[in-house]
Design a protein around this ligand. Structure first.
Ligand code: ZN
Length: 320
């Protein structure tokens, strides 16, 4: 059964390029977060959910993926997608940031972050919108900001949405992974594992988005997954992130890039080919034994941490 789920998960997952946790992971994380927020926060959140017609945070959590231009959807695209994409043509970049695995401080990220279209700035912008008394022209609405925030706090905890492989390539040798932030600047990347293939059409990124998530509770059902995460991993919980919550996302991204070391540990890089779109590089890899088992635990911890931290952030916000 597990093998079957993993197979379907990976097959399905391979079309979800750059999606962050698949729908199951996002919904489970949001479901757990909603159970953890205070009743005052719940009232504020519910007002915005009512405004956009979402039942709960779990439903709100996947909107950011559903509206994307390159989204692969079973159902039709939400009706507000077109105007949102016209207003924010770069929103597909808001789901991730590409940092080397050896990153250790936010100062070091400056050479890797250009402009404000990355997951760190996206979270910071959502917080600003949710705390503003008046709507700011040019910003998403408050209801949209809530939907985006719930999604991006999930994405930033998917290790391959922050940490990525940088490579030294040669015609004769296998690709060499470069993790040192001093040495990685300007080198080609695997785009958060989207260009790493452990089998034909099987990307490492999709394994993390979908395959590992389905392994956690051996289910496709997000409520069962949320229940298991609460029971098994949120005991003792995670203490609040130090410092001003307006900048927590910076700490989370660095931490997530460090966690991504586990996603790269033991991988053998076999060969690299230069391709066109959609995968500029095609790097064949071999996963070490126990890779899935070991990293399923990491994925479960990251999802739980995301839920706990989303609740802490929502409780901390100065809601107008
Ligand atoms: Zn995403």
């Amino acid at each position: 059964m597990r093998a079957l789920i993993l197979f379907f998960g990976l097959t399905f997952g391979s079309i979800e390029l750059l999606f962050g946790w698949g729908a199951e992971g996002h919904r489970a994380m949001a479901n757990l977060a909603q159970e953890l927020i205070s009743s005052q926060t719940q009232t504020k959140v519910q007002q915005l959910l009512d405004e956009c017609g979402d039942r709960d945070l779990a439903q709100a959590s996947t909107w950011a993926d559903e509206i994307r231009e390159n989204a692969h959807l079973e159902q039709s695209r939400p009706k507000d997608a077109e105007s949102f994409n016209r207003q924010f043509p770069n929103n597909a970049s808001w789901h991730f940031v590409n940092l080397p695995l050896g990153i250790s401080s936010y100062v070091e990220t400056e050479r890797y972050i250009h402009g404000e279209n990355d997951v760190i700035h996206a979270i910071e912008r959502c917080i600003a919108v949710l705390e503003a008394r008046e709507p700011v022209p040019g910003d998403p609405s408050r209801a949209q900001a809530l939907r985006l925030l719930v999604h991006f706090v999930g994405d930033i905890h998917q290790p391959l949405h922050c940490g990525t492989g940088f490579y030294r390539l040669s015609d004769t040798e296998p690709p060499v992974l470069v993790t040192n932030p001093e040495e990685a600047v300007g080198l080609p990347t695997d785009r958060g594992g989207n260009d790493l293939f452990y089998a034909p059409k099987q990307e490492l990124h999709a394994l993390w988005d979908v395959g590992l998530v389905e392994q956690i509770a051996d289910t496709f059902d997000f409520r069962s997954l949320a229940a298991l995460l609460r029971q098994r991993y949120s005991q003792g919980s995670w203490p609040a992130t130090p410092g001003d919550y307006h900048r927590w996302a910076e700490t989370w991204a660095i931490e997530s890039a460090r966690v991504a070391n586990s996603a790269y540990a033991g991988i053998r890089f076999k060969s690299a080919e230069s391709m066109g779109e959609p995968n500029p590089l095609w790097i064949s890899i071999a996963l070490p034994p126990e890779y899935v088992k070991r990293n399923t635990t990491v994925a479960a911890q990251q999802l739980t941490k995301a839920a706990v931290r989303l609740a802490q952030l929502l409780d901390r916000l100065r809601w107008p």
